[in-house]
Design a protein around this ligand. Sequence first.
Ligand code: DGT
Ligand code: CA
Ligand code: CA
Ligand code: ZN
Length: 569
Amino acid sequence: MKNSEVVQILNNIADILELQNVPWKPQAYRKAAQAIETLAEDVEEIWKRGELEKIPSVGEHIAAKIEEYLKTGKLAYYNKLKKEIKINLEELKGIPALGPKKIKLLYQKLGVKNLKDLETAIKRQKVQKLAGFGEKTEQALAEGIRFIKTKPKRFLYASALPIVNTFLKTFRTYPFIQQIEVAGSFRRGKETVGDLDFLAVSSQPEKVMHAFTTMKDVKEILARGMTKSSIRLGNGLQIDLRVVNDKQFGSAMNYFIGSKEHNVELRKLALSKGYTLSEYGLFTLREKKWIAGKTENDIYQKLGLQYIEAELRENHGEIAAAQKKKLPDLITVKDLRGVFHNHTTWSDGNNSLLEMAQKAEELKLKFISFNDHLGPIGITNPLTEKRLAGYLKEIENVRKKVGIRVFSGVEIDILKDGTLPLSAKRLKELDVVIASVHLAIKMPAAEMTQRVCSAMEKYPINILGHPTDRKLNERPPLNLNLDRVFEAAKKNNIFLEINGSPSRMDLSGENVWNARAAGCRFAISADAHAVSHLPFYHLGVNMARRGWLEKKDVLNCWTLEKIEKMLKR
Ligand code: DGT
Ligand code: CA
Ligand code: CA
Ligand code: ZN
C-alpha cells in the first residue's frame, strides 16, 4: 500500500536533483515514479517476490532505494538531499504553475523556501520583477495559492485503486470474514475520493476490528469501536470499515455506496410506498416488518426499480429512469475494441511505436491509435511537418509486425488564435486527428470558447482532446462555455475525448452527462506516455459510465469498419 509514498519520494528526488542541475538522473527517477504510479499491484508484493527490477524503468540503483524505504521506512539518500536544499519542495510543488525551475529561481533570487515566503514575496510584488516571471506569472501564482488553500486535497482514484485491491485481497483471506466489499465514492467510480469505505460481513467483528487497526500501514487510529473503526494510512488516506450481519449487507452497501443525494431520494420513494429504508434494511412503515436488505437488488426490486449501477447514483434522474425501466445499458471495459491518444518516443513518450502496439495486442485490444504531439507544446521533441513522413513510415512498418489495426495520427495544439500548426490537407493524410489546448491556458471564457470552437469549425478534427484541460489537485478547468463547445462538436461531427489519465479524467462524468444530453459522442483514451499507461482507458470507462454512456455513444465500442468510416473527414 506504499505505492503513492514511493512515487512521491522518487518524484521529489527527481526535483531536488533537477534543482541541483544534475544531468540525466532526474529523468530516470521520474520515469521510475511514473511506472510505479501506474502499477495495479502493491509495490511491496513485488519487492517481496524480488521482482522490483522487473518494473519498467526501475534499474538496480533505484530498486535498491525502493527496497531500503520499504524495509526501514526511511531513505538515507533522500534525507541527505533534503538537507542539502533547505527548501520545502513538497509544499511549493503543490502550487499550480510552479515547477522546479521557477522554484529554483525564487530561492536563489528571493530566498523563498516555503509557501509562506512566497506569499510574502507576492504581497510585496517582488516576484513580478524577476526575469522570466512578470505580472501575469505573479498573478497566476497568487491564484494557484488560493486554489490549493480553498480546495481540500482528495485522493486520485488511480492511487486509491491498488490500496483497495490489496485491502480486499488481504481481508478476503481471513477465515473470520464471510464477505467484504468497497463502498463510497470509490464504488461510484469518482475520479477522486475523500476517503475509502469498506463493509464486511462477519460473525466475529472483534477480530475484524483487530486486523484492521493493526495493519502495518496504519499511522493513526481515528476511531475504534466494536463494529466500526477508522484509520489513517501513512499517505494520509482515511479508511472506514464497518462490520454488519448477512441480513443487512445489501442495505448497508446501498447506504454506504451513496451518494448521499441518491440515498435521500431513495428513502423518499420508500416512504411513498409505505416503507422505511435505512442501512439496516427495508421495513414496512407501520409494523416495522423486514422486507429486504440481504442484497441491493432485492431492495431496488421491492421499490419497483431496475437495479441502479453504483456509477449512476448521483441523483441525476436515475431513480425516475429506473422506475420507467429506462436506465442506460452502460458500457463496460470489455466493450472497448481499442484505445485512442497514445504517445511514443516520437514525441514525449517513453516507449517506441512497436512496443506500444505490442502491448495493446497483449491487452487483447483490436486497435491502437498513435497521437504524438505536434505543435509548440513546450516539450523538447514534438512532431513537425518535416518529421511526419518518418513517423508515418515507421507506423507502416509496425502495421506489418502486429496483428491489430494501427491508426496513425497526431495530437495537435490548438493555438492561441484557434488555428492549428498543420494544414487541413496534411491533417487529412492521418487516420485520427486529436486537437487539444496545451498552451496559453489563461484566457477569458469568451476568447477561449471562440478559440476552441473556431478550430473545430475550420479543421478536419476527429477528437477534441481533454476538453477542459483540468488537472486534479493541480489546476482548474479552462474558462470555457462548455455548452457552446458541445454544440460545435455535435455540429462538426467531432468526438469528445474522455481522457483516462489519472490526474486528468477529462471530460468528467458530469460533463459527459451534459454533453450526451446535448447529443455529443465520445472517444475514450489513455493519453499513454508508456506501455504501463495503456490500461488508463479503464479509468475513462468510469467517467463514461458516470455519464450514462452506452456502446452507441462511444467510438471505441464500434466495429473497426464503422470506426474507419466515421474517421474519414
Ligand atoms: P468521499 O468520501 O467524499 O469521496 O464521498 P463518499 O460518497 O464516499 O462519502 P462518505 O465517505 O462521507 O460516506 C459514504 C456514504 O455514506 C455516502 O456516499 C452516503 C452515505 N452517507 C454518509 N453520510 C450520510 C448522511 O448524512 N445521509 C445519508 N443519507 N447518507 C450518508
Ligand atoms: Ca468515502
Ligand atoms: Ca467515509
Ligand atoms: Zn494533451
